[in-house]
Design a protein around this ligand. Structure first.
Ligand code: KDG
Ligand code: MG
Length: 412
């Protein structure tokens, strides 16, 4: 079964997405997600100019060989652009293989290990009353696990906090947080670590007081702390029993998590910006983390992320795949198939795509009972509407940047 065509589609139904469509000689079509938030066109060019020509004529069934060929054969390994491009090829080939087999993809990955993948949604508020409303709205939607982010007194805008509440937006519009803003240049935010560290424990105290001990709560520190600051945060949040505390320190310093681990029993998640199993080697082997965050889209596809999750399993570390709106419904569907199959699934992030996005991608996954199920159609379960996609051309959009009060650039 030879690959006949591979096409890169950039569409922007509310936000930008990069999709790879692979077509075999006998007309089987597979889709993969290659969206890299704020750097979309770099992956589109990498695919179009350097990967698509290598795919034509290859056997579509040779997924592992194609993965190794693109990974090792490129010489310039790893990195977000390369690994998002490989992810798209890998996902599209798994989609094709499952369609040819006449089975939903999770069946080829070993079959279901559970009924559904538990998901967490994003609640946020500029202050506690808005946050409380947002948590209630998520509970009404059926979420059983909720990420909590709030404004910090003295800071105008903070990562993870929606600028308008559900009541203000209404209808089918998304009201949770969308980090990339459509503009020619990135927005700049101001950050104050001391103000943040003082404020966050009081937020979780208020949330536990209002919602009780059962509700599953998570929090994302978004790479901004030093190890000792992260240790203090983890310790101060212990009374509120978090499911996880995410990305406390930047990705470049994995050893820093040793210090964090020595000081706190709050579970730690990391890895949404990691691309390969090797990025996790120290963290998993030394049991410095509890959840691996790589999604299929950014770490080499089903093949790459399966390697990470299988390695993590040896150390009782579980999956917690990234699922923001910048992972397209294709990437999310792939994560749900994989999550349903692996034994050491932990939780899946589910940030809800807009109605426009869902209309373009047509995913068959089902959200019910606090979890996602992939559906039973052969393949990934994606009905991509190319005519509709063409009506939404690319628009520049960037993630914000961050500066300390004295003007120093800080991790965002
Ligand atoms: O593109 C970057 C976002 O996906 C990221 O900021 C979201 O941290 C994030 C999360 O946990 O969803
Ligand atoms: Mg995160």
């Amino acid at each position: 079964m030879r690959i006949d065509r591979a096409d890169v589609i950039v569409t922007s139904p509310g936000r930008n997405f990069v999709t790879l469509r692979i077509t075999t000689g006998d007309g089987v079509v597979g889709y993969g997600d290659a969206t890299l938030n704020g750097r979309e066109l770099s992956v589109a060019a990498y695919l179009r100019d350097h990967v698509v020509p290598l795919l034509i004529g290859r056997d579509a069934h040779r997924i592992e060989d194609t993965w190794q060929y693109l990974y090792r054969g490129g010489y310039w390994r790893r990195g977000p652009v390369t690994m998002a491009a490989i992810a798209a090829v890998d996902t599209a080939l798994w989609d094709i293989k499952a369609k040819v087999a006449g089975l939903p993809l999770y069946q080829l990955l070993g079959g279901a290990s559970r009924d559904r993948c538990l998901v967490y949604g994003h609640a946020s508020g500029r202050g506690i009353p808005e946050l409380t409303d947002s948590i209630r709205e998520h509970l009404d939607l059926g979420f059983r696990a909720i990420r909590v982010q709030t404004g910090v007194p003295g800071l105008d805008s903070v990562y993870g906090v929606a600028t308008s509440s559900a009541a203000a937006v209404g209808g089918s519009a998304r009201y949770d947080y969308e980090p990339a803003r459509r503009a020619a240049l990135p927005a700049e935010e101001t950050w104050d670590t001391r103000a943040y560290l003082r404020h966050v424990p009081s937020v979780f105290e208020a949330v536990r007081h209002e919602f009780g001990p059962e509700l599953i709560l998570l929090h994302d520190a978004h790479h901004r702390l030093t190890p000792i600051q992260a240790a203090r945060l983890g310790k101060s949040l212990e009374p509120y029993d978090l499911f996880w505390l995410e990305d406390v320190t930047p990705a470049e310093n994995p050893e820093g998590l040793r210090l964090v681990r020595e000081h706190t029993t709050t579970p730690l998640a990391i890895g949404e910006v990691f691309n390969t199993v090797w990025d996790y080697q120290t963290l998993i082997r030394e049991q410095l983390i509890d959840y691996v965050r790589s999604p299929v889209t950014h770490a080499g596809g089903i093949t790459g992320v399966r390697r990470i999750i299988d390695y993590a399993a040896m150390y009782q570390v579980k999956s917690g795949m990234h699922g923001p709106t910048d992972v397209s419904p294709i990437g999310l569907a792939a994560g749900v198939h994989l999550g349903l199959a692996v034994h050491n699934f932990g939780i899946q992030e589910y940030m809800l795509h807009s109605a426009e996005t869902m209309a373009v991608f047509g995913p068959t996954f089902i959200f019910d009972d606090g979890g996602l199920r992939p559906g039973e159609e052969p393949g990934l379960g994606i009905h991509f509407d190319e005519e509709l996609a063409a009506r939404y051309p690319y628009e520049p959009a960037y993630l914000p940047t961050n500066r300390l009060r004295d003007g120093t650039v800080h991790d965002w």
